[in-house]
Design a protein around this ligand. Structure first.
Ligand SMILES: CC(C)(COP(=O)(O)OP(=O)(O)OC[C@H]1O[C@@H](n2cnc3c(N)ncnc32)[C@H](O)[C@@H]1OP(=O)(O)O)[C@@H](O)C(=O)NCCC(=O)NCCS
Length: 141
């Protein structure tokens, strides 16, 4: 399997982004907002098997102190092959002097632990959609 790791937004078929997020059970919105969110990110990674998008990830950052990871998703057929680790490596190396925060999907905490992340004691979250504050998945009710 020869995969390509693309670190820019050139020639992306943006429809594949929400399709991939939906496939792995992550939240997704309209195609246009995904395009804007990736284009406005500090670092991006798209993984391709030939022309098929099989992995994505992005970071937002001030470039020197603080970064955050979002939309880390690997196509289920391609999971368990080290792709997720490589996506995180690329994003971390884009801002190597920064702290990184993220909120893991439920059950994926051990993946991030393996890569050196630790659970935060004082993490706080304000969701734009108030319903996400109530579902008890990411924040206490
Ligand atoms: C979580 C996810 C990104 C991991 O990507 P991946 O390509 O399957 O992971 P890798 O193959 O790079 O795994 C790296 C290491 O983490 C381990 N790992 C992977 N998923 C794990 C999990 N859910 N729990 C514990 N360990 C996990 C692997 O066994 C591997 O360990 P090793 O190096 O000792 O062999 C991927 O499974 C995914 O996209 N899941 C669905 C979407 C999602 O939940 N994304 C995270 C949003 S925060």
């Amino acid at each position: 399997m020869e995969l390509i790791y693309q670190e820019n937004c050139e020639n992306i078929n943006w429809e594949e982004v929400p399709q991939l997020l939906e496939k792995v059970g992550m939240s997704f919105v309209d195609v246009e907002r995904h395009r804007i969110s990736f284009e406005n990110s500090f670092a991006v990674v798209f993984v391709f098997d030939k022309k098929k998008m099989v992995g994505i990830g992005r970071s937002i950052s001030d470039g020197v102190r603080q970064s955050a990871l979002y939309d880390i998703a690997i196509d289920p057929t391609y999971q368990g092959c080290g792709i997720g680790r490589k996506v995180i490596d690329i994003l971390v190396n884009a801002t190597p002097d920064c702290n990184f925060v993220l909120y893991a999907s439920p059950g994926k905490e051990d993946f991030y632990r393996k890569l050196g992340f630790k659970k935060m004691k004082t993490g706080m979250m304000l969701f734009a959609d108030p319903r996400r504050m109530e579902d008890g998945v990411f924040v206490d009710k």
